[in-house]
Write a protein that binds this ligand. Structure first.
Ligand code: LLP
Length: 421
C-alpha cells in the first residue's frame, strides 16, 4: 500500500508530513518510505517461495546504501553493474557470495577489483570478455565463477531504450551461439561455469515476454546440462513494471505462478533481479513552484527541480503522476510543469491537469524512487538534491544536498594555461 497518503489534505510519507521534511532539508528533495521498500521486497521474495531462489536487488535502480542495507538485512543479494556499485554494496554490508557482477562492458580494473572477493558470479556478456576474465583470474590465482548471459530475442513490449533482450540490443550472447559460448567457457582453465543468465528489459507490464523467456531459456538450460555443462543457477533478470499512470502491471505472484512450472524443469536455483519493483513506488521527488506564467493559452509552472534531478520524462517521455503536497483548493488548471534547466526538454509533464498552485506551493512527483536520483547529474552546475528516508514517524537524511564546493571538488584551475596561441 502506498505510504504517500493525505491526512487532513496534507501529504504524508508514513507518519511524517512532507512539508515538515521540506522545512528541514529544503526543496527539491527525494523522499523514500522504508516500509514500502521492505514490503515490495517481501512481496517479491515470498511470491517465489515455491522454488529455490535468491532475489538479487538490482541496485542500479537506486543505489543509496540505506536501501541496500535494508534489503541485505532481509536476506537479499545484490546485482551490481559497475565497480562503483560493487564498492557501495560492500559498504552497505552485502555478502559477496550473494553479489552478481553484471555489465556489458566490464573494465580490467573492475574485474581485478571484484575478483578478489568470492562473489556469486560474474555475468559474462561476450566471448572476448570471458577470455579477459580468464586471463585476469589466472594472473591472480583465482577461478572466476561465471554465468553466461544469453540474449533470448524476446520482445518485452516496453520503451525501446529499456528493451535489452532483442537480438538488435547490445546485451548478452546471441542465443544461436550459446553452445559455443559455454564450450569456450568450459575450456578456459580459470573460469568455473555456474549459471545461465538473461534479462529482457525493464518496466514490463505483461506476462507473455517473461513466459516466452522462461520457456526458451529453461529449454536451453536443460540442453546445456545434457551436454555436461554445470548450470546451477538460472538468472531470469529483472524488469517487472510498476504503475506510473493507468498501467495494470503484473504482480510478482502472477509472474511466479506463470513461470515457476517452467523454471522447475531446470532443477536450478533461480535468481531474480528486480530493481524498479522494489524502489520505484517507494520514492517521490518533492519540488517547489518557483514561478507561474502564461504564454498565449499555455500555463507554465516553473519548479525548482529539473531534468538533471529526474530525467525520465525528458529521456523516455515517461509519465509520472504529479500531486500537490497540500490540497488547499479544488480548482485545477492545465499546465506544463517545467524545470529551470536551459533546455526545452526540461519538463516533468505537459498539458497536465493539476491543482491550481501558486508560487511556493510544493508538488510531489510520484513513483520516482527508481532511476531517479541515480540518473541525476550536475548539468547547468546544479547541485544534486538530498535523499531522505522516512521510518514511521521519523525521517533521516541519507544523502546531503551538494554544495558549491562539491561542484568544484575535483576540478582545478590550470595556472599554466596561457592566452598565447
Ligand atoms: N538486471 C539487469 C541485467 C538490468 O539491466 C536491469 C535494468 C535490471 C536487472 C533491473 O531491471 P528493473 O527490475 O529495474 O526493471 N533507466 C530506465 C531503466 C533502465 C533499466 C536498466 N536495466 C528507466 O528509467 O526506465
Amino acid at each position: 500500500m502506498s505510504q504517500f497518503l493525505y491526512r487532513s489534505r496534507e501529504m504524508y510519507c508514513e507518519n511524517v508530513p512532507i512539508s515538515e521534511i521540506v522545512n528541514k532539508v529544503g526543496s527539491p528533495v527525494y523522499i523514500y518510505s522504508k516500509k514500502m521498500i521492505l514490503e515490495a521486497y517481501k512481496e517479491f521474495d515470498s511470491a517465489f517461495s515455491g522454488i529455490d531462489h535468491l532475489v538479487c536487488y538490482s541496485m542500479k535502480a537506486n543505489s543509496n546504501m540505506n536501501i541496500c542495507k535494508l534489503l541485505v538485512n532481509e536476506g537479499s543479494g545484490i546485482d551490481c553493474n559497475s565497480g562503483g556499485e560493487f564498492y557501495k554494496a560492500l559498504k552497505a554490508g552485502a555478502d559477496p557470495s550473494k553479489i552478481i557482477f553484471t555489465g556489458v562492458g566490464k573494465t580490467e580494473e573492475e574485474i581485478k577489483y571484484v575478483i578478489r572477493y568470492d562473489i556469486l558470479m560474474f555475468k559474462a556478456e561476450s566471448r572476448s570478455e570471458m577470455r579477459t576474465i580468464n586471463a585476469i583470474a589466472g594472473e591472480m590465482g583465482k577461478k572466476a565463477p561465471i554465468g553466461i548471459r544469453i540474449n533470448p530475442d524476446v520482445n518485452p513490449k516496453t520503451h525501446p531504450y529499456i528493451s535489452t533482450g532483442l537480438a538488435e540490443n547490445k546485451f548478452g550472447i546471441d542465443s544461436s551461439m550459446a553452445f559455443e559460448a559455454f564450450d569456450l567457457a568450459r575450456s578456459l582453465p580459470n573460469l568455473r561455469v555456474v549459471g545461465l543468465d538473461t534479462h529482457i528489459g525493464s518496466q514490463i507490464t505483461s506476462l507473455e515476454p517473461f513466459v516466452e523467456t522462461a520457456a526458451k531459456m529453461s529449454k536451453l538450460a536443460l540442453e546445456l546440462k545434457r551436454e555436461g555443462h554445470n548450470i546451477e543457477h538460472f538468472d531470469i533478470g529483472g524488469g517487472v513494471g510498476i504503475k506510473y499512470n493507468d498501467e495494470e502491471p503484473i504482480t510478482p505472484a502472477e509472474l511466479a505462478a506463470a513461470i515457476i512450472p517452467k523454471l522447475k524443469t531446470t532443477g536450478c536455483k533461480i535468481i531474480l533481479e528486480p530493481g524498479r519493483f522494489i524502489a520505484g513506488s517507494a520514492g517521490i521527488l518533492v519540488t517547489k513552484v518557483l514561478y507561474t506564467k502564461k504564454h498565449k493559452n499555455k500555463n507554465f509552472l516553473i519548479v525548482d527541480a529539473g531534468m538533471n534531478d529526474l530525467i525520465r520524462p525528458s529521456l523516455y517521455d515517461a509519465y509520472h503522476k504529479i500531486k500537490c503536497v497540500s490540497l488547499k483548493k479544488e480548482e485545477t488548471i492545465t499546465a506544463d510543469i517545467v524545470g529551470p534547466v536551459c533546455e526545452s526538454g526540461d519538463f516533468f509533464a505537459r498539458n497536465r491537469e493539476i491543482c491550481k498552485c501558486k508560487q511556493g506551493d510544493l508538488l510531489a512527483i510520484m513513483s520516482a524512487g527508481a532511476y531517479g536520483f541515480v540518473m541525476s547529474s550536475n548539468y547547468n552546475s546544479r547541485l544534486r538534491v538530498p535523499e531522505v528516508f522516512v521510518d514511521r514517524d521519523k525521517f533521516y537524511i541519507a544523502r546531503e544536498r551538494e554544495t558549491y564546493e562539491d561542484l568544484i571538488a575535483k576540478e582545478k584551475i590550470i595556472e599554466e594555461l596561457t592566452l598565447e596561441l
